[in-house]
Design a protein around this ligand. Structure first.
Ligand SMILES: [Zn+2]
Length: 77
């Protein structure tokens, strides 16, 4: 069973804009504040990561659920 790759984006906790790192800038690390380019709020990197992880898990569950439904349809459809 193959699952499509899931892309996880870091999003602003305040306005949901995608937090893009500046090219050439250091990767954010634990404890860093990432300033949102859209709303200017400082996002705690750990919280952003946690939110992205939760979203990623939900996306994986959804993808797996869809896949299983397809497989079942093939078997019993
Ligand atoms: Zn924002």
């Amino acid at each position: 069973m193959e699952i499509d790759p899931i892309e996880i984006e870091l999003r602003c906790l305040f306005c949901d804009a995608v937090l893009g790192g500046k090219p050439g800038a250091d990767k954010p690390k634990s404890g860093d504040l990432i300033t949102c380019q859209a709303c200017g709020q400082g996002n705690d990197f750990d919280s952003v990561l946690e939110a992205a992880k939760e979203k990623g898990v939900a996306q994986v569950e959804e993808a797996v659920g869809k896949k299983i439904a397809e497989e079942l349809k093939k078997l019993f459809g």
